[in-house]
Design a protein around this ligand. Sequence first.
Ligand SMILES: C[C@@H](N)C(=O)N[C@H](C)C(=O)O
Ligand SMILES: [Zn+2]
Length: 230
Amino acid sequence: QSLPGGFVYLRDIDPSIIQDIRYATSNNFVGRPLRGYGAGECVVKREVGMRLKAVQQELSGQNLSLKMFDCYRPARASLDMVAWSQNGRETAAERRYNPKISKTELFRLGYIASRSQHSTGAALDLTLVDLKADNSAKYDSSKAYADCTAPVEARAPEGSVDMGTGYDCTDVKGHTAAPSIAPGQRAWRKRLVAAMSRQGFVNYSKEWWHFSLPGAGGAAYDFPIQPRKR
Ligand SMILES: C[C@@H](N)C(=O)N[C@H](C)C(=O)O
Ligand SMILES: [Zn+2]
């Protein structure tokens, strides 16, 4: 199954990496699947995939795994985010992700890009899973969870280690070096950044979950993500 521009399905390179591609689901800040996400598959440039495999190999010796939240993002999905931010409504479910900031401000403040590096296949949103922990709690759309800055027991479950906030938490607490998090949460962030940086990935200071591989990108693409054929 060939993809344009040197893109590959991460599952073809390393099926052990856990994937929860949130923009292909309703469990994200928009509350519905984004345009262009026809399947919950992580698609990346081959070089990015090979380096993720190397990170995963190192982590597996520590009973840890990567968990991918977003990889290649079709350009139309970023435009969908722009339209969402300007739709004049803010629901309680949306406010869980941006409790202190209006959604109209998210682009200006650098939390979302209208032309994202994700569309080049060189940027990733991801976290760590402790394979020895009980990760069985599942997200339930009918529950009223606390916002993404609340203690982990009160937030929507994500089946991953406690990084101090949930994924896509647009708040200063989500900044990688936020002083307001607990030492254990800081230690997890440092462990993720260290493992990723050993393979050349660079973290974005405003989002503990966002990494990119310098030089791996190039042009932005807009092909839709389709189911992977075996
Ligand atoms: C929206 C968030 N997951 C993200 O990836 N933000 C960066 C800045 C982006 O949109 O490229
Ligand atoms: Zn990102």
